[in-house]
Write a protein that binds this ligand. Structure first.
Ligand code: ADP
Ligand code: ZN
Ligand code: ZN
Length: 757
């Protein structure tokens, strides 16, 4: 007996996650580490373990090593052998998964499957590449001929091939927007040929040095110097690179990457999926060639895995991609760049609802790396942190290539009605469109659809029908019923405006379709393309429409805010937002920020070519601060007002917010369960000794209560200390796991939510 106890005392134990994806085993298992393995087992090591009744051998990941077992040592099984030495990176990624689970709330398996790529069978359906089938000078002649005939897609493809020699099919179709029909014609005409070898595994082009290298201007240089100096001193920080559209942020990223690669380290560049275009990727590939690779959602799981493997083997040094690229298994990661860091797509929409920005900062901490967040309209969160000194602020105030910012004009639609113009287009906008048609330039008209059709306002005075108990607008249900989504208050749509008595009380009906219809009436000669959920339903519909517009097959592109993000159309000199302030009535504390971002980014889309762009903002409340600041293109002015509002109402980033989302297919059940969860939370809060305690709002119905026959309720908890909210989440997690809790209600967490439920 003594002998046994002695042996146990000296043993080490490992907390292991068992690699069974199918099973919902959301816990960690303890195994003992045999003495002879002590040396080789570290956090992140992959080990073979006996598992289950039959002690089948399974793979496990070591999460933590400790010297005390949590239960009787004789019941603890031992690790059989080491499968794979912990590469440092796996250890880091596991720690990251653990952190994500803790900070955002999810099961371990969910967190792991976010962080570790799924090993899917790589489908060796070989990839297709294009290259020229004719001599270069013949291609040049063809190019001239195509240009004179305005074969715009052919011109684009030929130009790309002349410059880059090869192009993946993926890039040609999805990034350059070349229609299949064009590719097929050029193929059957013998101008291009297909390559399909496996040597071209890398989805980017391998040609470097084609694009001009710019001499950095003074602003760019000083920022680069600050970064490089810190980096040389091993000071790894988080930077906020705040630079107006076109100020040359990408050029600065390239220099930073150069520095990091020089130090023998690796880098990840996050770019929102929607902005991940051929032009963007090409700038990185042009500088770093084969060292760059790209992942995006159009890659199959196998292809993505393939790219991750290349990163692990050190074949590539820079991984570009959307949110998921953050988990590229670089073992010597030195920098994470997040471009357009304000984009809401950086937050995951399914559990764990992690934010790529915070997760990047955590990953960088684990790896001793730096983080650079870049934007022309930084998130209020990031700018706030920069103001507090948590991030180092670097600014670019001028456009790099000497181009001027577009002019912005605000039109008050109330004046239009007063002047007898009942159309959706102001007189200013009509004149501007007419001018573009005359000059053969293109225009983009978009409606800001968030919160569009659903609320009701007076078109004469701008009055919005609001709930008499809450500070939110009422939403139109059916044709006449107005309902408050917060408290359930309900009234009939008024026949006359309660403010001014006018009969023009309307909801903003059918959106893009209506815009298109009215455009046809106003400009019968104009060729109009409409892009929305209806017109892009079929696969590839999105690309086709964008390609058609890029090919100048239309004069005007109409759509939702989607169309102004991430696309560059050099012939566009006019961008107009119709009813720009609609989104402000959305019941979301972020609506001012979204509106400002959208309008500012949209303005940046106008006049990207050599002509100066113009933007028109049509709205009913030009004095509202988000609109007024957008018109001035004044980020800092906007920020000051916005942060004051967040402070006043204790919204993130000043305070933090945890949304507990509860859903069940039984209404009574979800009501009962949400009440009991709220009670647990309130009880905990009552027991707190702090002077200021978390504020608990709800539980109440989610704004869309029933979705597909599932009832949804929501509880909000607000508090200054994020970690206290994590503790509350843990309490709820424990509670819903216990036997007394009905398992019919599912519970999800969302920290500092992007949308209000
Ligand atoms: P951002 O990423 O801030 O929108 P970009 O890096 O795309 O800006 O730069 C905008 C344009 O200015 C690009 O066409 C780029 O080639 C050009 N540019 C950037 N830096 C310089 C520079 N130092 N000199 C000349 N042109 C530059
Ligand atoms: Zn009115
Ligand atoms: Zn209400």
């Amino acid at each position: 007996m003594m002998h046994f106890a002695k042996g146990v005392e000296g043993l080490l134990y490992a907390e292991v996650i068992v690699d069974i994806v199918v099973q919902a085993l959301d816990r960690i298992f303890t195994y003992s580490i045999p003495e002879e393995l002590e040396e080789s087992i570290t956090v992140g090591a992959q080990v073979a373990i006996p598992f289950g009744k039959n002690n089948r051998e399974r793979r496990g990941f070591v999460m933590r090593i400790k010297n005390t077992p949590d239960y009787e040592p004789e019941r603890i099984k031992g690790i059989t052998r080491v499968l794979c030495d912990s590469s440092l990176v796996e250890g880091q990624l596991l720690q990251l998964a653990y952190w994500i689970r803790e900070q955002y709330g999810s099961t371990l398996v969910q967190a792991l499957s976010v962080v570790l790529p799924i090993k899917a069978k790589i489908n060796e359906k070989s990839k297709v590449y294009y290259s020229l089938a004719v001599e270069e000078n013949d291609a040049e002649k063809l190019l001239a001929a195509y240009e004179s005939k305005h074969y715009v897609a052919k011109v684009r493809l030929l130009r790309a091939l002349l410059e880059d020699k090869t192009l993946t099919k993926n890039m040609a179709v999805h990034a350059l927007h070349i229609p299949y029909s064009t590719i097929n014609t050029m193929y059957s005409d013998g101008i291009i040929k297909e390559l399909s070898t496996r040597e071209y595994r890398n989805p980017t082009t391998s040609k470097t040095g084609i694009l001009p290298v710019h001499r950095l201007n003074a602003e760019q240089q000083s920022i680069t110097d600050i970064f490089c100096c810190d980096y040389s001193n091993h000071e790894y920080k988080t930077y906020l690179l705040y630079g107006v559209t076109g100020s040359g942020k990408t050029e600065v990223y390239l220099e930073m990457l150069e520095k990091v690669l020089e130090e023998g380290r690796e880098a990840i560049v996050l770019i929102p999926e929607i902005a991940l275009t051929y032009q963007t990727v090409r700038r990185f590939a042009n500088r770093f060639g084969d060292l760059v690779t790209v992942v995006h959602s159009k890659l199959s799981k196998g292809e993505r895995y393939d790219q991750f493997e290349r990163a692990k083997k050190g074949e590539v040094k820079i991984m570009i991609g959307p949110r998921s690229a953050l988990f590229a298994p670089f073992s010597n990661l030195g920098l994470i760049i997040i471009d357009e860091e304000h984009e809401t797509s950086y937050k995951s929409e399914s559990p764990p609802k992690y934010h790529a920005r915070e997760t990047a900062i955590r990953r960088a901490e684990l790896a001793n790396a730096s983080v650079v967040l870049g934007s022309a309209t930084p998130s209020v969160e990031s700018f706030h942190r920069a103001m507090k000194g948590e991030y180092k602020l670097l600014s670019l105030k001028k456009r790099a290539a000497g181009a001027v910012l577009p002019t912005v004009e605000v039109v008050d639609m109330r004046n239009e009605l007063a002047a007898g113009n009942f159309k959706m287009f102001s007189r200013t906008l009509q004149a501007a469109v007419k001018e573009r048609l005359f000059k053969g330039e293109q225009s983009i008209l978009f409606i800001n659809r968030r919160g569009y059709a659903s609320f009701v306002s007076c078109r004469k005075c701008g009055f919005v029908v609001k709930c008499s108990h809450c500070d939110v607008s009422l939403k139109l249900h059916g044709k006449t019923r107005l309902v408050c989504h917060y408290c359930g208050y309900e009234e009939k749509i008024p026949l006359k405006c309660p403010e001014c008595g006018s009969g023009y009380i309307r909801s903003f009906g059918t959106g893009t379709e209506k815009v298109e219809e009215q455009l046809h009436m106003a400009f019968p000669e104009a060729r109009v393309l409409r892009m929305d959920a209806d017109t892009t339903k079929q696969k590839g519909g999105h690309e086709k429409l964008l390609a058609a517009f890029a090919n100048e097959e239309a004069d005007i592109l109409v759509g939702t805010q989607m169309i102004v993000k991430g696309h560059d159309f050099p012939k566009v000199t006019l961008v107009a937002a119709l009813a720009a302030d609609m989104s402000l009535y959305e019941q979301n504390f972020r609506s001012g920020e979204r509106t400002f971002d959208l309008l500012t980014q949209a303005a940046g889309r106008a006049g990207r070519g050599d002509k100066r762009g113009h933007m028109i903002i049509q709205c009913y409340r030009p004095e509202q601060y988000a609109i007024a600041a957008a018109a001035r293109q004044d980020y800092e002015g906007f920020y000051q007002e916005e942060i004051a509002y967040r402070k006043l109402l204790r919204y993130p980033p000043v305070s933090h917010m945890l949304a507990v989302f509860m859903a069940a297919d039984n209404k009574v059940q979800v009501e009962k369960d949400s009440e009991s969860i709220a009670e647990i939370v309130k009880q905990y809060i009552r027991g707190m000794e702090n002077e200021q305690r978390p504020e608990c709002i709800g539980p109440g119905e989610a704004s869309v209560y029933r979705v597909q026959d599932v009832y949804r309720r929501i509880l909000y908890i607000k508090y200054d200390d994020y970690q206290e909210l994590v503790r509350i989440k843990n309490i709820i997690e424990d509670y819903v796991k216990c036997d007394s809790f009905s398992k019919r209600t599912r519970v999800y967490f969302d920290f500092d939510p992007m949308n209000i439920y």
